[in-house]
Design a protein around this ligand. Structure first.
Ligand code: KG4
Ligand code: ZN
Length: 336
């Protein structure tokens, strides 16, 4: 099955061709440069840029794959969750191409896409596994008992982990996106320098919370006044260590409770090496298997959308041309 994936849910315009499970091309046009000066994604600017580059990005993905539209077996497009204006651009392109070339169309949940990023390379997670999806918009744990089945086990009660990285980078004046620059800056710092608090979830749910940490960093910066570069590195290292501790602790706790011994780490924040290493250590201690996609498939891309779409097309799922954006589309039901 040859599938074109299209992804425009946030600030990356992406297209990819997957052929019989083999990735033939993956093109990602990043809008970081546009949003950098604002310290975050400006939705109106994101939609406009998607409009300008979506078709060329699709053309490049097809050219890289040596594929033509009539050779495809289907088009998979992210329908949500995400920014409504951004989603609508990808949907319009996908619907137009599907209609013009009489191709099957399938709607993909962006979070399911992040889970499928884990299946683009070896080692692929075996079911049942626990997926920690950590991105700029989401921080959630899903139990995945069998293919295409997701049970929400825990999620953030306020900010997403990536959002916390972005906000802390902004208040330190480090730029956008925050994750990569904080990770880089943290290398020169001491993760034990500042004991930021790990939020306690009183009812014991494997949920996450990052807004208190963000406030703690903000108060610290205000109290200590202008920080020299060594102190900024310490703040980055200590903040990152606290986020990592919360993510790893809650994930391991959920895995223990559910009796699941395999963990998939995915989403933009899964690109963070400190997080990957900490999870690796904790999993090794308990004899758990863990995997995470290569860095380029952690952040938003269309290869993961094509992969999820191929699985859904194979099941006979089809979307019609009335398909609309679903900005808050949840993945899976409540915890079992
Ligand atoms: O999955 P993604 O590309 O987009 C969403 O679906 O949100 O995730 C983007 C988020 C941003 O908040 C960015 O700061 C964060 O992922 N991120 C990182 C790293 N690379 C990207 N966070 C921590 N460390 C990184 N190396
Ligand atoms: Zn994402």
């Amino acid at each position: 099955m040859r599938v074109l994936g299209i992804e425009t849910s946030c600030d990356e315009t992406a297209a990819a061709v997957l052929d019989g499970g083999v990735l033939r091309s993956s093109v990602v046009f990043s809008q970081d440069a546009i949003h950098r000066s604002y310290g975050g994604v400006v939705p109106e600017l994101a939609s406009r840029r998607h409009l300008e580059v979506a078709l060329p990005v699709v053309e490049n993905a097809l050219a890289d794959a040596g594929a033509r539209l009539p050779d495809l077996d289907g088009i998979a497009v992210t329908a949500g969750p995400g920014l409504v204006g951004s989603l609508l651009v990808g949907l319009s392109v996908a619907k137009g191409l599907a209609y013009a070339h009489r191709l099957p169309l399938v709607a993909v949940n962006h979070l399911e896409g992040h889970v499928f990023a884990g299946f683009l390379t070896e080692p692929r997670p075996e079911h049942p596994f626990l997926a920690l999806v950590v991105s700029g918009g989401h921080t959630a744990l899903y139990a995945c008992p069998e293919p295409l089945v997701y049970r929400l086990v825990g999620q953030t009660r306020d900010d997403a982990a990536g959002e916390a990285f972005d906000k802390v980078a902004k208040l330190l004046g480090l730029g956008y996106p925050g994750g990569p620059v904080i990770e880089r800056t943290a290398r020169a710092g001491d993760p034990r320098a500042i004991p930021f608090p790990v939020a306690d979830i009183r009812d014991g749910a494997p949920d996450f919370s990052f807004s208190g940490l963000k406030t703690a960093v903000s108060l610290f910066v205000r109290r200590e006044g202008p920080l020299g570069s060594e102190r900024v590195a310490d703040v980055c290292a200590s903040f990152q260590a606290t986020v990592v501790k919360m993510l790893v602790r809650r994930t391991i706790r959920a895995a223990q409770r559910l009796g699941i011994r395999r963990i998939l780490l995915t989403g933009g924040v899964a690109a963070n090496r400190a997080l990957r290493e900490a999870l690796e250590v904790e999993c090794a201690e308990r004899g758990y298997a863990w995997s995470a996609p290569p860095l380029r498939f952690c952040t938003d891309n269309a290869a993961m959308i094509a992969a999820a779409g191929a699985a859904r097309l194979a099941r006979g799922e089809r979307a019609d041309l009335a398909l609309n954006a679903r900005p808050s589309w949840p993945l899976g039901g409540a915890a079992a």
